[in-house]
Design a protein around this ligand. Structure first.
Ligand code: AMP
Ligand code: MG
Length: 318
């Protein structure tokens, strides 16, 4: 995969690829991002596949303008103040998701919040404008590798797992965005980054909490994954369904069941399964079944992240 110059024609091509569900790497002012249409569950699943991430964590959704942010999330008073001061720029705001956002569940890893940022890089902005939809984009590197700040490194790292790499020269900060939880009364810094806490405090005229300091109980990345636990108990590696159980199926050979059944992918496609995982868990949980039987899911590719999530759902509750 050779990086291509970010000409107007190539940006239009990139937008078309994204619209068709492919991944495109693009420069931002922090690091290179690996982008997918945030409303396309399978495309978002492919981000995790391409990165080789062994678990699902929520991704940052990149928007072109404030109107687009308000279309997917509830931008409260303080958040609006911060957005006006720092957008476009390397500040990410975690906000309440709108019911009508149309975003894939996977983008929020099943949470009812979404992390939003408006990047300040002409190529990222041009791409967002040409696409017309928000882009989910974590750093464009394989899991465990360092974030890439030049197009060549993205291409070397991701190879043909990405449909196009737009070359925009070196990323300016090389430091990731500052992530703030702006869902509550007090703003909490979840991740320090390119915008210093003091600068944020000066704009707000008040102190912000630091997630790492302890005290408050913020959504730190480590705690996030266990956030959505179904009410029903979850039984893994099930090859038959007991009375009263709902079934989360996978693949063509589904055992007989009298209760509700959702098949994550009748054809056994792990991308499709990942895209529908959170919605399926929620729906089966709502069905009223006291237990959800889950068929075995192969542990390769995206299966590893799917199984990680299911193990957490099945773990004993405290
Ligand atoms: P990156 O993988 O570099 O894009 O980083 C994304 C960061 O934003 C991680 O630290 C995530 O844990 C955090 N993040 C994204 N979405 C949310 C969310 N809904 N709630 C809390 N943190 C989030
Ligand atoms: Mg990263």
């Amino acid at each position: 995969m050779t990086p291509v110059p970010a000409t107007e024609a190539n940006i239009a091509k990139a937008a078309a690829l994204l619209r068709a569900g492919h991944l495109v790497a693009f420069p931002t002012e922090t690091v290179y991002g690996l982008g997918a249409n945030a409303r396309d569950g399978a495309a978002v699943a492919r981000i995790f596949e391409a990165k080789g991430r062994p678990r699902f964590n929520p991704l940052i959704v990149h928007v072109h303008d404030l109107g687009q942010a308000e279309g997917i999330a509830l931008v409260g008073e303080k958040a609006l103040h911060l957005a006006r001061a720092f957008w476009p720029g390397p500040l990410t705001l975690v906000l309440k998701r709108r019911e009508s956002s149309g975003l894939s569940d996977l983008v929020s890893a099943g949470l009812d919040t979404v992390a939003v940022r408006m990047p300040d890089h002409p190529i990222a902005r041009a791409l967002l404008k040409a696409a017309g939809f928000p882009l989910a984009a974590p750093s464009a590197n394989r899991s465990g590798h360092v974030s890439a700040t030049i197009a060549r490194h993205v291409a070397d790292d991701l190879g043909n797992r990405v449909a196009m790499v737009l070359d925009g020269g070196p990323a300016a900060h090389g430091i990731e965005s500052t992530v703030l939880d702006a869902t509550g009364e007090t703003i909490v810094m979840l991740r320090p980054g390119a915008v210093p806490a003091e600068t944020i405090e000066a704009v707000l005229g008040e102190r912000i909490e630091r997630a790492l300091e302890g005290g408050v109980k913020p959504l730190s990345p480590g705690q996030l994954e266990s956030h959505y636990a179904p009410r029903a108990s979850v039984r893994l590696d099930a090859n038959r369904v007991e009375a009263g159980e709902a079934l989360l199926a996978f693949g063509p050979d589904v055992p007989p069941a009298r209760g509700p059944v959702i098949n994550l992918s009748p054809s056994g496609d792990l991308v499709e399964a990942a895209a529908g995982l959170f919605a399926a868990l929620r729906a089966l949980d709502k069905s009223g079944a006291t237990s959800i039987a889950v068929m075995p899911i192969p542990n390769h590719g995206l299966g590893e992240a799917i199984n990680d999530r299911l193990r957490r759902a099945a773990a004993p509750r405290g």
